[in-house]
Design a protein around this ligand. Sequence first.
Ligand code: R5P
Length: 294
Amino acid sequence: MPDIEGTKDTHDYYPDIPQQVEPTKLKGCGSLGWGMVNRLNNIFRPETGRTVMLAVDHGYFMGPTSGLERIDVTIVPLLPFADTLMCTRGILRSLVPPTYTRGIVLRASGGPSILKELSNEEIAVDIEDAIRLNVSALAVQVFVGGEYETRSLHNMTRLVDLGNRYGIPVLGVTAVGRDMARDAKYMRLATRICAELGATYVKTYFVEEGFETVTAACPVPIVIAGGKKVSEREALTMAYNAIQQGACGVDMGRNIFQSEAPAAMIQAVSQVVHHDLKPQAAFDLYQTLQRQGG
Ligand code: R5P
């Protein structure tokens, strides 16, 4: 109990100043609860409303893919440059230092490996474990048009219900099957279904034609996956175009950790995302940082 001796009677009521609490900048998130918005602010930088998520969850179905053989050696040094880390609980517990205090987006679906039908996933994390791990969001793969489309959407809606109970956002991750067209029409369909069914934000792929219609038709924030490794210049251009057409960030894996200079690359991506750095300037920055040993 505080000492009440000498307590000053206050008169600082500022009646002329209307009470104000800055609302979240995040699209479609104005009606969410405080805990959920607070967690989203561990993912999206409050000052820009954008994020650079470093995605290293590939091992959950691919095993130790190139660049992720030793996450302690190759990924942990990149953490200071990421706004958020997306990973599995196995990697989180065993390799991510608990001194890391930015957002964790936890891979929460899984089951089949690359040897099997990938859409046949189930929920792979108990909500209580997610709470124990203090994660900022749960990520679930959604296979619109895939063989187990309904099951994957049901995984997402179950996690949305659990996340809503405890204030944990859910990222709907749209997976595009090998035989599906990667075009704006498909991305509009998949992202809108995720949002309609309750995803707090959605990850999709960038498409060259009509990406702005994908972001416009999705009522919640969209982040783009990096996709397969391309040149650094191409990846920075893709990130720039996505941001300029309404994406709220990137969830990038291979184009960072398989880059010749991963630290330089993630810093260049961050400048594109948070400061609208143009592709040529971002590539120049990448090369400068690479020369400096980044
Ligand atoms: C893939 O299943 C994972 O969810 C990855 O996190 C996602 O594809 C982003 O990684 P990348 O930029 O390598 O495509």
